[in-house]
Ligand binder design. Structure first.
Ligand SMILES: C[S@@+](CC[C@H](N)C(=O)[O-])C[C@H]1O[C@@H](n2cnc3c(N)ncnc32)[C@H](O)[C@@H]1O
Length: 261
């Protein structure tokens, strides 16, 4: 049995503890880039290559968690036929904003879906062995994507990619600090509001927030301060079983350009 099959079997047998299940109500978990396409995608826009294959109008691309659609635009600019672009995002509010905003009249429809759940991907029309490029730009920072859930996410991506399919991942290198709230605001990382936390956790939201994130809520706190940040080594360990990796970094982010093994 290959490593891939072994891990797949393990996850097929695994059941999340009930209180750990992601809630069906879709709530804000992370802020998103509102104003700028990702610098990593902008570079790919120039070269037309993620790992080694030239992007063409026929390339099948799936964007996971493309906030309000900024990076989808970049693939359209590269000439990818909208019919070949799929986009799924967990936050229904962002899906609505993207479809009524940046993606309106582009021919691309963002759909609500949870990439950590294969059934949810299938319901959004994403089939096994169907994609040539998948992007995962600043999704790994989402606090709930850790441990078993992050592994399921990677396995799902490996499953939906075709043979030699390519994956582009970015992750910030550091959590933001409270002194960087203006910077977070500038790049579109949203504030964590008491209202959202109340909806998410109910009555004891302050205690639950602290329990989950290790720091107390205060007015003005933003999602960048509770990001789940992995080291370079942890990222390599996570993706290495399934992908050949070209590892790059700039001042603020790690960039992994990968090909399915
Ligand atoms: C920090 S934002 C990043 C947005 C954008 N890609 C960027 O680089 O700015 C995280 C995004 O991931 C989405 N997301 C979180 N969990 C997800 C999941 N399980 N499946 C799909 N999208 C998810 C959220 O809806 C949100 O749009």
């Amino acid at each position: 049995m290959s490593e891939f099959q072994k891990t797949e079997q393990k996850y097929a047998e695994w059941e999340a503890p009930k209180d750990n299940l992601r809630k069906p109500i879709v709530l804000k978990e992370q802020g998103t880039r509102l104003y700028e396409p990702s610098p990593a995608i902008r570079e790919i826009c120039k070269t037309g290559v993620v790992f080694e294959n030239q992007i063409t109008k026929d390339t099948k691309v799936l964007l996971i968690g493309d906030g309000q659609g900024m990076d989808t635009q970049q693939f359209l600019q590269m000439g990818v036929d909208p019919i070949n672009i799929a986009s799924i995002n967990y936050e229904q509010s962002e899906v609505d904003q993207a479809n009524q905003g940046i993606l309106q009249d582009t021919g691309v429809l963002m759909k609500q879906g949870d990439a950590t759940d294969f059934e949810s991907l299938k319901n959004a029309g994403i089939k096994e062995n169907s994609q040539e490029i998948v992007t995962l730009m600043h999704i790994l920072e989402v606090p709930s994507i850790k441990d078993e859930i992050e592994k399921k996410l990677i396995i799902n991506i490996a499953k939906i990619l075709k043979q030699n399919g390519e994956l582009l991942v970015t992750q910030y290198k550091h959590k933001f600090t409270e002194n960087e709230r203006d910077l977070q605001k500038q790049i579109g990382i949203e504030e964590i509001t008491a209202e959202n936390l109340q909806k998410q956790y109910g009555e004891n939201w302050k205690e639950k927030f602290k329990e989950e994130n290790g720091l107390g809520w205060e007015v003005g706190i933003r999602y960048g301060e509770i990001s789940n940040i992995r080291s370079k080594e942890a990222l390599l360990t996570l993706f290495n079983p399934y992908f050949d990796i070209k590892f790059e970094e700039n001042e603020s982010e790690y960039i992994l350009k990968m090909k399915k093994k």
